[in-house]
Design a protein around this ligand. Structure first.
Ligand code: BDR
Ligand code: CA
Length: 310
């Protein structure tokens, strides 16, 4: 099993990733840290706790993190509604609070205390990881791999945005992480917009006749609205795909690149600009996911939602 630390901003797709992380026998979920992003950090923290309650994971520590990006005003995501997890009115308030430690100190402590370097999965703006670089540089070699959902690199097909939300929300944090040369795998819109929830997936979900199956179904019906209205497609499983790579890295193909992040643009800040050919004269600083086996990903996701917890 792969022990992981999971930094997220739930968010419907973060919440599904959290369920997968807890349920996968291939993963040991050591702790969850939260950041602002899809909603304010108080809400994303409560959402993480509510989801963990629902799946019977009250023993997983949750540490709340940054309430705003490092150098910019907070911009909230829009897909998940005001609570960050709309469409789940029957999810009760959390039974417990986060631990007393800040996310960044919790991450540092767990990284230092682990017998081996750890995998960190991050599915929100990189506020906490950026702050970790500043506050605890000594622990950075303890990160075996950082798998991050973020960025957009190829500008293929209908992807019309110059920036992806997690990069756009805190581009300075991303820059700090890149400059720290962490071993990062970027799972950007190029691949996550290829794992969309469409009619056959809803049919598969409807067949999961459990409280969790129904909850995820209701989440997705809310979550897909933005995609459906703007692009005519179903909800993208951005964060579940990133998490899935901690279970099975062969779900995507990656290639190395040097990634620069635009900090000075007016309409393009947060853009992740890939150089695959060392034209900038810089060494590669990231692995970029560029092809995904969508069928295998969905099989993994639905298997984890279907199975009774171990
Ligand atoms: C990312 O932004 C958030 O809205 C999602 O949770 C995902 O992490 C996609 O751009
Ligand atoms: Ca997210």
């Amino acid at each position: 099993t792969t022990p992981i630390l999971f930094d997220c901003d739930p968010g419907h797709d973060d919440a599904i990733a959290l369920v997968m992380a807890h349920r996968s026998p291939a993963i040991e979920l050591l702790g969850v840290t939260t950041t602002c992003g899809n909603a304010e950090v108080e809400k994303t923290t409560a959402n993480a706790l509510r989801v963990l309650d629902f799946i019977g994971a009250r023993d997983v520590p949750v540490a709340a993190g940054c309430h705003r990006p490092l150098a910019r005003p907070l911009v909230l995501g829009t897909a998940d509604g005001p609570s960050g997890l709309e469409g789940s009115p029957y999810l009760p308030p959390p039974s417990r609070g986060p631990i007393a430690q800040h996310a960044v100190d919790f991450l540092a402590e767990r990284l230092l205390g682990a017998p081996e370097p750890l995998t960190v999965v991050a599915t929100g703006p990189l506020c906490n990881l950026g702050l970790l670089v500043l506050k605890h540089p000594e622990v950075l070699p303890r990160i075996r791999r950082l798998i991050w959902m973020g960025g957009v690199f190829y500008r293929k097909s209908e992807i019309i945005t110059p920036t992806e939300f997690n990069a756009f929300c805190d581009p300075e944090a991303l820059r700090l992480v890149l400059d720290a040369r962490l071993p990062i795998t970027m799972v950007g819109l190029d691949v996550t917009m290829q794992v969309l929830i469409e009619a056959p997936h809803y049919a598969e979900l409807a067949a999961i006749d459990t409280p969790l199956g129904r909850l995820v179904h209701d989440w997705l019906r809310f979550y897909e609205k933005l995609h459906r209205n703007s692009m005519g497609v179903g909800g993208a499983m951005h964060d579940p795909l990133a998490l899935a790579l901690a279970i099975d890295p062969s779900l995507v193909r990656t290639r190395p690149a040097h990634i620069a992040v635009e900090l000075a643009g007016t309409t393009t800040f947060g853009a992740t600009v890939a150089d695959f050919w060392r034209e900038r004269g810089e060494d590669d600083n990231a692995q970029i996911a560029h092809e995904v086996d969508a069928d295998r990903f969905f099989k993994l996701m639905f298997d984890l939602l279907r199975e009774s917890p171990a």
